[in-house]
Design a protein around this ligand. Structure first.
Ligand code: SF4
Ligand code: SF4
Length: 295
């Protein structure tokens, strides 16, 4: 990655005017990189820190003589190379040359200034209902220095700041971020560590320690805790009830359950990966009952 360390990083999407990722109307900045590998992850293109390529073999018209992507980069043409190739640098050339829309490039290098300037353009809408900028991912604090630089720049411009984190991140980075945040969304998937490791690829120990740190050192920061409810993984009253009890009585805290969806399955195919064997849908009645554990 070029640029000053911390001042630029890899972003895979910026979504304006979001109503679902923090208070008010917000600009969501999706940073690449996550230390976990949740089997249900709906953003598989977020997980690696580097830019990646998605290739849709069904759209590719190489069979009709197209070879426009040949020679654009040293990984060769897509019809031959297939998907899941790591892009060197932030080259978006492949996407631009493909006439069939068969190539997606996930991730490009941006500076903190560029990102916050873009959010600021939309800030005319923020004044109603506490909107602002939200860092998301992936795990936004995996590119820790970059995330901090974005938050500092946002604060310099008096923007309201929020972050969505899986909590699996460096404690010192999270501590510094918390000092710059107006609101934090923090996921707890399971309290049972053995099953947490099985379904997310990582322990929940640091996640829970980080959450305790936020509760003890940042009492004024609102913590919105969320659990994505995944069929056969954590869709039991035992699991959700345990999280509810863990949070019960905490100050400045709310708890929300997020319904399972499969919006990301197509992206697994583009990346040449398999989606996990998870039942297609969560039982609506069961989810309605579990919602009673929200705080
Ligand atoms: S430019 Fe697009 S359509 Fe043409 S060969 Fe490459 S991937 Fe296929
Ligand atoms: S923590 Fe979020 S981004 Fe990371 S793998 Fe899990 S679902 Fe995907």
């Amino acid at each position: 990655m070029s640029g000053t360390v911390g001042k630029s990083g890899i972003v895979f999407n910026i979504q304006p005017y979001s109503l679902h990722d923090g208070p008010g109307i917000r600009t969501i900045v999706f940073l690449k990189g996550c230390p976990l590998r949740c089997i249900w992850c709906s953003n598989p293109e977020s997980q690696n820190t580097y830019p990646e390529i998605g290739f849709d073999r069904e759209k590719c018209i190489a069979g009709k003589g197209c070879d426009f992507c040949k020679g654009v980069c040293d990984i060769g043409s897509f019809s031959a190379a297939g998907a899941n190739a790591e892009l060197k640098g932030s080259c978006g050339g492949f996407r631009e040359v493909c006439p069939a829309g068969a190539i997606q490039v996930y991730g490009r290098e941006m500076t903190a200034e560029e990102i916050v300037s873009r959010a600021e353009e939309e800030s005319a809408f923020y004044s109603h209902g506490k909107g602002g900028i939200t860092l998301s991912g992936g795990e936004p604090f995996m590119q820790g220095d970059f995330a901090l630089e974005i938050l500092r720049e946002a604060k310099r411009r008096r923007l309201n700041t929020a972050a969505e984190t899986c909590g699996c991140c460096d404690t010192e980075i999270l501590r510094q971020a918390a000092g710059l945040l107006d609101y934090i969304m923090f996921d707890i998937k399971l309290l049972d560590d053995e099953r947490h490791i099985r379904y997310t690829g990582g322990s929940n120990r640091q996640i829970l320690e980080n959450l305790e740190m936020l509760f003890s050192e940042f009492p004024g920061l609102h913590k919105h805790i969320r659990t994505p409810v995944i069929p056969t993984v954590n869709d039991s009253g035992d699991d959700i009830g345990a999280i509810n009890r863990f949070l019960s009585g905490r100050e400045n805290c709310s708890y929300e359950l997020l319904p399972y969806h499969r919006f990301g399955t197509g992206k697994y195919k583009l990346l040449g990966r398999e989606y996990a064997d998870i039942p297609e849908r969560l039982d609506d009645e069961l989810f309605r009952k579990l919602k009673a554990f929200e705080i």
